[in-house]
Ligand binder design. Sequence first.
Ligand SMILES: Nc1ncnc2c1ncn2[C@@H]1O[C@H](COP(=O)(O)OP(=O)(O)O)[C@@H](O)[C@H]1O
Ligand SMILES: [Mg+2]
Length: 362
Amino acid sequence: MLLKNISLQNFTNYEEANCDFDDNINIFVGDNAQGKSNLLDAIYYIATISSSRKNKDRELIKWGRDFFSISAHFFNRYGENKVDVKVIGNKKEVYLNNYKIEKRKEYIGYLITVIFNPEDLYIIKGDPSLRRQYIDNELSTTDVEYFLNIIKYRKILEQRNILLKEHQRKKISDDLMDIWEEQLTKYGVKIIKKRLELIKKLQEISKNIHLRITDNAEELHIEYQTNIDIFDMELSYRNLIKENRRKDIDRGYTSIGPHRDDLEILINGMSAKKFASQGQQRTISLSLKISEIEFIKEKTGEYPLLLLDDVLSELDKKRKHKLLEEIDNKVQTIITTTDLNDIENFVIEKGKVIIIHDGKVI
Ligand SMILES: Nc1ncnc2c1ncn2[C@@H]1O[C@H](COP(=O)(O)OP(=O)(O)O)[C@@H](O)[C@H]1O
Ligand SMILES: [Mg+2]
């Protein structure tokens, strides 16, 4: 995928801006709080139709204005495309090649980005929910069916949880519980199957990348963790849900299923969450990000756009070099930095340096 150009109006601290991109490496340079991450977020926005930083679209509208718009030109396997997004108050309009997009699923896979920022460290040391989110994001960017199944699963889960709570006050018929649990099993199994496939693939890819980055010192192993027996999933899921019904009624929530699963990350057989140093954790998140890129390439036939927000200053020289080696000449990359000294000369020479100052592209 190749992003050619983006233009913004009233987006965060930009009033009006236009930016053309190099096919290989682009470097946004500027002091703090000038708008580098905002511009990166605008790129993320046109790929996912949501922000990586703000939950509500209206928070992206420049203060004192009542709308923002973003337009972009990009190439992908379908050819040349134009996307236009406009947000007015709570209303959002998206056009792909002048054709109105009504649902996000119609646009999935058109433009894919992988974003890497210092917070990605939390994939390793943070709560299980962050790892689940990482897995779900990963799958949802390329797999429409998964994206829709997750939405359905969440709705069914919510219904069962409501019933569990009602049950505390008055008995709900077993038949009704059975119906919801059967639905939960159906979608839960679909989700876990896809996640297992992804983790298996990512394990193969990331193991090799991690060995390369660490000069064969560290063996990375990632494994999906679930209470459900993965060899007889449907039966095991159904039984576990039923066995836990009583306990779930007391707790008021569903204790079994993909919304409770986790990802185990091991380095040389030891839990990375517990034992890896800050530097090792950083390297793991780097390997996972590069694997993500390769995974998307395998799935779609195209490399995604790589957005690196302030990560180069966090990596030591050797790792920085390894990262650039992995992506150079194949993945269109956009890097933000406050200091060009953090970036190797050969990268600056072949890349395009774009100066960002006070909500302007200079
Ligand atoms: N909706 C908005 N309207 C106006 N300014 C905003 C809005 N949202 C964020 N900002 C401002 O954008 C500025 C630049 O943010 P950011 O892109 O994170 O900077 P950088 O990455 O260059 O350090 C911040 O000072 C922030 O206050
Ligand atoms: Mg920033």
